[in-house]
Design a binder for this molecule. Structure first.
Ligand SMILES: Cc1cc2nc3c(=O)[nH]c(=O)nc-3n(C[C@H](O)[C@H](O)[C@H](O)COP(=O)(O)O)c2cc1C
Length: 168
């Protein structure tokens, strides 16, 4: 589940959703991380309404996950610095070995220029200024496995110490 849908609420209280590459997850703290442009609508939405729903699908197991929780936008501090370091390392690695650059939709990083010769331009002070990390703090995980006519569903809650409660 590398490519996820991140849903937010607009200032007009309308739903908004978009595909995002997942940049990390921590099962202990129940957090997910995404990288975004600090001036993008999604970041503005999360600053006004700090709630998110993240949806993913694993076709090999037929599992849908819906993660609901709060969201924090980091543009400075150790979370932003750590993720910027990760982003800069990937870009630097790709500059060194452009032929090793991964291809396909899961490798998409819209902040990196497609031409490897222009990768350095992705690492300027201005791009660091506009770099934001969206941190989703999960409160509830809705788990659904649909294989053929068989469906299994469970809800896991932070308040329930992530114990799976079978639904239906
Ligand atoms: C395969 C794919 C991966 C994407 N990954 C990201 C991402 O990691 N971060 C991001 O900000 N936008 C990503 N996008 C673009 C978003 O889906 C969205 O179009 C864009 O960020 C603008 O969203 P907004 O107007 O709601 O802020 C991706 C798009 C595609 C098609």
């Amino acid at each position: 589940m590398h490519l996820l849908t991140l849903s937010t609420v607009t200032a007009d209280r309308m739903p908004a959703a978009r595909l995002m590459v997942n940049r990390g997850a921590d099962r202990v703290s129940g957090r997910l991380w995404f990288h975004a442009d600090a001036e993008s609508p999604k970041v503005a939405e999360l600053r006004t309404s700090p709630y998110a729903c993240v949806v993913g699908y694993d076709p090999s197991e037929g599992i849908e996950l819906r993660v609901m929780g709060s969201a924090v936008v980091h543009t400075r501090g150790h979370v932003a610095d750590r993720h910027w370091g990760q982003f800069a390392n990937i870009a630097t690695w790709m500059i060194g070995s452009p032929e090793a650059r991964p291809s396909g939709p899961y490798a998409t990083d819209l902040r990196l220029p497609p031409d490897p010769d222009k990768l350095m331009h992705g690492l300027t002070a201005r791009s660091r200024e506009r770099f934001a990390v969206v941190e989703v703090v999960a409160e509830t995980i809705d788990w659904l496995q649909a294989a053929g006519s068989d469906q299994k569903r469970a809800v896991l809650r932070r308040s329930g110490h992530w114990r799976a409660e079978v639904v239906g």
